[in-house]
Design a protein. Structure first.
Length: 123
């Protein structure tokens, strides 16, 4: 039987998925579900690993994100800093108001390159 903390973690995992794939020196991180305090640590780990292994660019695809909390914004800011230290381009795909609006309202779009599609981010 799971204790309450384990039940919350299991529920969070059902609402969140993140995967990385490599395409010609570009790492694409595809995120789905809720980006909140329960999923942000895992997302940050995947993005940090992606930045470390990318040769040229990292694309963070947030098109399947259904909730994007302030911890998600912090993860993106950290990713931008980490990518800049490695001299890598970082692109964020945010084509839905759920994600695009918080990025814009906080001014994070002045630090990130925000694209409407993965194809645009790869161009």
């Amino acid at each position: 039987m799971l204790d309450p903390a384990e039940r919350r973690q299991a529920a969070a995992q059902e609402l969140f998925d993140v995967r990385g794939s490599d395409v010609d020196g570009v790492v694409i991180v595809s995120v789905a579900g809720d980006v909140d305090t329960s999923s942000a640590v895992h997302l940050q780990e995947v993005i940090a690993g992606s930045v470390e292994r990318a040769a040229e660019r990292v694309v963070i695809d947030l098109t399947a994100v259904t909730f994007f909390g302030s911890t998600g914004l912090a993860v993106l800011a950290e990713a931008a800093s980490h990518a800049a230290q490695r001299n890598l381009a970082l692109r964020v795909v945010a084509n839905h108001p759920t994600v695009a609006r918080p990025i814009r309202v906080t001014g994070l779009d002045s630090v990130l390159v925000v694209c409407a599609s993965v194809e645009e981010a790869l161009a």
